[in-house]
Ligand binder design. Structure first.
Ligand SMILES: [Zn+2]
Ligand SMILES: [Zn+2]
Length: 457
């Protein structure tokens, strides 16, 4: 094996023989060696050790090697102790002031850090945040130079320029701004483009969890544009561009967006109720995502009061709490694991006896039904057969041909079809087991239960 392969000092000697390299960049080539130090300190230490070795040569018999090393350190190493020793020994040397690995234009990129910090400080004065992370796009020419060096000199323990720079900038920002770096969920990402010398602040969204009740029929869950004009405004929608003038998500999202000074909002809910169905009981879990908020810690009680005041009698929210993107993404998928409770008024075609209802309950409660995608939603959902669990059914005759029904079912069950049978697409159904055609004339969600939504934000 080549004796110099794992000899740091031999590598440093060869590197400095070839290129001017500052302390930071020299240290970076050996960044994964040893610990509890900085790259600048690593580089400086290597230069100091090499200059000691040069001095040793000089003082004890190998004057030529000592002189060569000292001049290399004074020139390409830009190392002050070597410059002093050169002057003392009357060795001539050139003054070099740029590093091969980090100089862009006339300046080293690490020297830009105080200026970048100042720019960030100016830009964030009105932005609320407690954690941040630095990102950057490094200059491709500098990256290529280091890659080439790494291959030519077998630098197996080098760190990339990007990660070195990000850390140094992050350290300085943390110190000056008195905020913490967070690699997982930073409030703010400071992104620096080395080529354009441009700083961009990327404010991460805020997520707010809550539950909503819908107290009035005829309100869709999300904004519903006019189908004739696709939102542009036409005669059939009276120029509004909308099929329905309001929505649950706008009642919740707009005040939230305003309170956080965000740019836009998105509401995800655990499932949805039909437009003619009320959402009662403990409410449906939702998470709002607010983009680019400059306020991250709003007064949530005040926000809830504001929403409930504006949407009085229509929509009401409870239990607002700051949440996470993960929770936001989970909501939809966990919806089918929820247990949902419905209250229905059902109209039957024929007369029935009380005991028919008892039998119907026996045949529906605790069974798994098969539900093919209902005709009425076939245009927006793929046509497949879903198996759904029916946990509990209560049926009470309220008058001739009228039933008060209660259903506790797995999330994602189409309850109107569980009642009607949807021309045989849902089986068994109330129509099937009662032996007469049944339809829901009124339906309300009265409870949504799940382990996750009840205990986790
Ligand atoms: Zn450098
Ligand atoms: Zn229209």
């Amino acid at each position: 094996m080549d004796a110099t392969r794992h000899n740091i000092m031999a590598k440093v000697e060869r590197l400095l023989d070839k290129h001017p390299i500052c302390d930071q960049c020299l240290g970076r080539q050996f960044a994964w060696l040893s610990t509890d130090t900085t790259n600048a300190h690593r580089g400086q230490s290597l230069k100091l050790a090499l200059s000691m070795s040069a001095d040793e040569h000089l003082k004890h018999e190998d004057k030529e090697t000592g002189e060569r090393l000292l001049i290399s350190l004074a020139e390409n190493g830009m190392f002050n102790p070597a410059k002093q020793l050169c002057e003392k020994n009357k060795f001539g040397f050139q003054v070099i002031d740029h590093c091969y690995l980090c100089t862009l234009g006339s300046e080293g990129i690490f020297e830009r850090i105080p200026r970048i910090v100042q720019r960030v400080q100016d830009a964030i004065s009105s932005v609320e945040f407690t954690t941040f992370l630095v990102g950057s796009s490094p200059d491709p020419i500098l990256v290529e130079k280091q890659d080439e060096l790494r291959a030519n000199f077998e630098l197996l323990d080098a760190e990339t320029l990007k990660s070195d720079f990000n850390r140094e900038l992050g350290k300085e920002l943390a110190r000056v701004l008195d905020r913490e770096v967070d690699f997982e969920r930073p409030d703010l990402v400071v992104f620096y483009d080395m080529v354009k010398d441009h700083v961009e602040l990327r404010i991460n969204p805020v997520f707010i969890f809550g539950r909503y009740n819908k107290l009035e029929r005829g309100i869709p869950q999300s904004r519903w544009d006019c189908g004739e004009c696709n939102g542009r405004g036409c005669d059939s929608c009276g120029g509004t561009g909308r099929k329905y003038q309001d929505s649950v998500s706008e009642y919740i999202g707009i005040p939230a967006k305003d309170a956080l000074h965000g740019s836009k909002f998105k509401v995800h809910a655990a499932g949805r109720e039909d437009i003619d169905v009320l959402m009662l009981g403990n409410g449906r879990p939702f998470v709002i995502e607010i983009s680019k908020p400059t306020i991250r810690k709003p007064n949530l009680e005040k926000l809830a009061a504001l929403i409930n005041e504006h949407a009085k009698g229509k929509v009401e929210v409870t239990g607002l709490a700051i949440s996470t993107r993960k929770r936001f993404q989970q909501l939809k998928s966990e919806s089918s694991e929820n247990v949902k409770e419905y209250q229905a008024i059902i109209q039957t075609e024929e007369e029935f006896a009380e005991e028919d209802l008892v039998k119907a309950v026996e045949r529906l409660a605790g069974v798994t039904i098969e539900q093919r995608t209902p005709n009425r939603v076939a245009h927006r959902r793929s046509d497949l057969v879903r198996k759904k669990q029916v946990n509990e059914v209560k049926l009470k005759k309220i008058e001739s041909k009228k039933i008060d029904g209660f259903f506790r079912v797995q999330g994602g069950t189409y309850v109107k079809e569980l009642v009607s049978g949807d021309e045989g697409r849902t089986s068994p159904s109330l129509t099937e087991v009662l032996g007469t055609s049944c339809i829901c004339i009124l339906l309300d969600v009265v409870g949504i239960h799940s382990r996750q939504t009840d205990h986790n934000l």
